[in-house]
Design a binder for this molecule. Structure first.
Ligand code: SAJ
Length: 416
């Protein structure tokens, strides 16, 4: 049966572009989100976060009626779930949003439907989703216990897109598709083939779950290596960026870039899902998390070391986002640095973040900290700390930094 209609639950940085891209291919798409303000905005053709090229495809799809949004799902041939899967305070997977989405989807399911979990999940979750659906819909059969003949097909196809590059990567990246049965994987492939130019690689649901977690844990471990080297280099008074550049001239070495730490809702989170599945066998993955989580505090010590000999220092911290040219502050090491600096009482802190117009809640109440414009900060600060390599900061004329103390956590101003 060909797929003509689709629901996408979770209209965040993966779900909304996914919905818009399928709508652009002529499917009738209903985007679902529990937040009415987001739903209303999308129905007006608006996008609630910064992502290059997204606005025009959402506007087009809403304009020609192929994309609508609502707070509850409706019947459709296929259903994608792309809700956040964060962790709890003690690093356990928090699947509440996912299971809430599954519960509301259960009401509209019918024989022949396809359900795809795109959210990043611990191994075994897709089977648990199938089991939950069958509990709620005893009138239908599901693949975790009825195999290839089940009424409904369930698969996991993890999103792998890079924030800041989502629209291109959604269509160009290869897609791993894990079915609870081969039939589930085949049907999910039929859906993705409508929009994806990359290869669709079929496997089991559990393998696809581990593949996604491994990709982000791989990156976390590699960034941790770079961050650990940077701490060593600071102690030995060596320019880490020069050392990495030279080491990478070896044909089999490719060290990543050290920075203020690892942020975002993926790389700083997903490795914990592997740890949770195999707590006794994850020394390396755990150590990488520890190294990356400690990096912001190393930077804070460095900044305090630079500022402590200045009377009433004014410290400008450039960037709060978790990486360049996006407005996402989740798990951001830059926020951790600014918070720790402010609470240390070392001096006045000016945070500069061109992508937001208010400080996040955890920084808002802190004394001696303000959200400042770039010009004002460059004018007044004694110490300039570069936390995020936003394009706006790359364009700062070197003479504007003359006479200031510089702490460059991204290696962007080397040689100034
Ligand atoms: N970072 C460094 N040094 C580097 C590279 C990154 O310090 O050399 C830092 C960034 O500044 C940032 C963090 O790591 O704080 C993560 O940034 P990122 O650009 O590496 O990745 P994300 O979190 O934006 O997106 C990742 C991607 N995963 C991989 O590259 C393996 C993306 O493909 C996934 O779809 C996404 O996680 C996700 O949603 O899981």
């Amino acid at each position: 049966m060909s797929i003509k209609s689709l629901t996408v639950t979770g209209l965040g940085y993966v779900g909304l572009p996914t919905a818009a891209i399928f709508a652009g291919k002529g499917l009738g798409v209903l985007g679902v989100d529990i937040r009415k303000d987001i739903v209303d905005g999308i129905n007006r053709g608006e996008v609630h976060f910064v992502e290059p090229d997204l606005h025009s495809i959402v506007q087009d799809a809403v304009g020609n009626g192929t994309l609508r949004a609502a707070t509850e799902p409706e019947g459709a041939d296929a259903h994608i779930i792309a809700v956040p899967t964060p962790f709890t305070d003690n690093h356990k997977p928090d699947l509440r949003h996912l299971m809430a989405a599954v519960d509301s989807l259960a009401k509209v399911l019918k024989k022949g439907d396809l359900v795809i979990v795109e959210s990043t999940v611990p191994v075994g979750t897709t089977a648990a989703v199938s089991a939950r659906l069958s509990e709620l819909r005893p009138d239908l059969t599901f693949p975790h216990d009825n195999g290839g003949t089940a009424d409904v097909r369930v698969a996991h196809s993890p999103e792998r897109v890079l924030p800041g590059n989502v629209v291109r990567e959604l269509t160009e990246n290869d897609r791993v598709i894990g079915g609870l049965t081969p039939e589930c994987a085949e049907q999910a492939k039929a859906l993705y083939a409508l929009a994806v130019n990359g290869e669709c690689l079929l496997t089991s649901a559990a393998t696809a779950e581990l593949v996604k977690l491994s990709e982000n844990a791989y990156r976390d471990v590699n960034i941790a290596f770079a961050n650990e080297l940077s701490v060593i280099a600071d102690k030995l008074d060596i320019d880490i960026w020069e050392a990495v550049e030279l080491a990478n001239r070896h044909p089999r070495v490719n060290i990543l870039q050290p920075g203020p730490g690892v942020g975002g809702h993926c790389i700083a989170v997903d490795p914990w899902f592997i740890v949770d599945s195999a707590p006794k066998n994850t020394d390396l993955i755990r150590a990488a998390r520890k190294v990356n989580d400690a990096k912001p505090y190393h930077l804070v010590d460095q900044i305090i070391g630079v500022a402590k000999n200045i009377n009433d220092p004014v410290i400008a911290c450039l960037g709060l986002a978790y990486k360049a040219d996006i407005d996402d502050l989740r798990e951001s090491p830059a926020v951790t640095v600014v918070k720790a600096l402010s609470t240390s009482g070392i001096g006045e802190i000016m945070a500069v973040e061109p992508y937001v117009d208010a400080l996040p809640e955890e920084l808002d109440a802190l004394d001696g900290l303000t959200l400042a414009g770039l010009e004002d900060a460059l004018e007044r600060a004694d110490v300039i700390v570069l936390l995020v390599d936003h394009r706006a900061f790359k364009d700062i004329a070197p003479e504007r930094l003359a006479g200031k103390k510089i702490v460059d956590a991204r290696g962007m101003w080397r040689g100034l």
